[in-house]
Design a protein around this ligand. Structure first.
Ligand code: NAD
Ligand code: MG
Length: 406
């Protein structure tokens, strides 16, 4: 069997490292052609020494220069490139079969789209690209016959619970998609304490070890909101068919309910190596190195409805999805600025949804005809968010719903 040749975008991150961990267990099956990172030179250097990829890309040019020097000194041959165009290049190389899209944020959009246009097998972790440009990305993948496999554990679970050749949810007899959510570290914290939450507390997820941005998103449940939008595009699901249920144990990764009352779920320990191995091996099953599920040890599984007062970000995401057009890109950009500001100490945790709601309220939305529309909306939302940070208005934003194109 010829080896599957891989580009791993965002290889130094949490998903990137888990991907390399799975690959290390199957060196006969996979070959690493390209690795990428933003600015973590030491981490990418270590990966290049181990994996000897043909290409290494750093979006930061100074970091790329450092990496080049370090590799030369160590006698490791590798074509080091810099900048975002280079990310698109390694995402669409002819000698690459599979692209793991594991950059965080909208920074992953262009390279993921490049992989889709090049007809690659895409392992999609970068949910922000689907949230902001779902129609563009899905169209590109369809036209070039790219295979899109979800890495997000919930969407991977849904994919596994749907029939293999699914001609649409209606034809498959699907009634609802149930996305599970852990509820994050503040599921039971008193609302009065939300003002004083620190980045360290927000990043200490009870079940999953993840990058800092998605950890904060899990704490606000914006992560689940983004995942609702992601599910809408991946499975062509009407928003009303997608429901969120809190499940603190993170053992049931999501469920599909059929019209006959059957509910099919995928279970496993919360370890990203399971969905990653599923997608890497697809359609074969390969070992992931995870601890197997011991149900008696888990003991009990719990489910509850999300509290809209505790998690206003969830409603903001549903509203943006319903508004459609550039609204999800605006939501995403405002959230990226809010999370970065919270992590740097410039914003309180409780202000995250307020800032996002205020940016949405101040934005006009337009149909998305191409990636440029998305990037313009992204830029405008970022500057509105920065304005908000400077002005710090009093709490209380109205509803942001505006007619599309108004
Ligand atoms: P992370 O922060 O740990 O890693 C991000 C990676 O992207 C790093 O390699 C970093 O160098 C690179 N990167 C960051 N900004 C960049 C930029 N501007 N240009 C180029 N590269 C850049 O993030 P993560 O937790 O691994 O998450 C990656 C993606 O996967 C996110 O979209 C996240 O929502 C999704 N995801 C993650 C998990 C998880 O368990 N970590 C689960 C589901 C989905
Ligand atoms: Mg998820």
């Amino acid at each position: 069997m010829p080896k599957q040749r891989l580009t791993i975008l965002g290889s130094t991150g949490s998903v990137g490292a888990s991907t390399l961990d799975v690959v290390s267990r199957h060196r006969d099956r996979f070959e690493v052609v390209a690795l990428t990172a933003r600015s973590q030179t030491d981490a990418l250097f270590a990966q290049c020494v181990t994996w000897r990829p043909r290409f290494a890309v750093m979006s930061n040019p100074d970091a790329a220069q450092d990496l080049r020097r370090q590799l030369l000194k160590a006698g490791v041959e590798c074509d080091v490139r810099a900048g975002t165009a280079a990310l698109e290049e390694v995402a669409s190389l002819t000698e690459v079969d599979t692209v793991m899209a594991a950059i965080v944020g909208i920074a992953g959009l262009r390279p993921t789209l490049a992989a889709a246009r090049a007809g690659k097998k895409i392992l999609l972790a970068n949910k922000e690209s689907l949230v902001t440009a779902g129609a563009v990305l899905m169209d590109a993948a369809r036209e070039s016959r790219a295979t899109l496999l979800p890495i997000d554990s919930e969407h991977n679970a849904i994919f596994q619970a749907l029939p293999r050749s699914c001609e649409g949810l209606g034809a498959a007899g699907v009634r609802r998609i149930l996305l599970t959510a852990s509820g994050g570290p503040f599921r039971t914290l008193s609302l009065r304490q939300f003002d004083d939450v620190t980045p360290e507390q927000a990043c200490a997820h009870p079940n999953w070890a993840m990058g800092r941005k998605i950890s904060v998103d899990s704490a606000t449940m914006m992560n689940k909101g983004l995942e609702v939008i992601e599910a809408r595009w991946l499975f062509d699901a009407a928003p009303a068919m997608i429901e969120v249920v809190i499940h603190p144990e993170s053992v049931v990764h999501s469920l599909v309910e059929y019209v006959d009352g059957s509910v099919i779920a995928q279970l496993g320990n919360p370890d990203m190596r399971t969905p990653i191995a599923f997608a890497l091996g697809f359609p074969d099953r390969i070992a992931a190195g995870v601890e197997f599920l011991d149900l008696p040890r888990v003991g009990a599984l719990h489910f509850e409805r999300p509290d809209p007062q505790r998690f206003p970000c969830l409603r903001l995401a549903y509203d943006a999805l319903e508004t459609s057009g550039t609204a999800p890109a605006t939501l995403n950009a405002a959230n990226e600025v809010a999370v970065a500001s919270f992590l740097s100490g410039a914003l309180r945790f409780s202000q995250i949804p307020r800032m996002i709601e205020s940016v949405l309220a101040g934005s006009a939305f337009h149909p998305v005809n191409g990636i440029e529309d998305v990037l313009v909306a992204d830029g405008l939302a970022r500057s509105l968010a920065e304005d908000w940070l400077r002005a710090r208005p009093a709490i209380g934003a109205g509803t942001f719903r505006q007619a599309l194109g108004s």
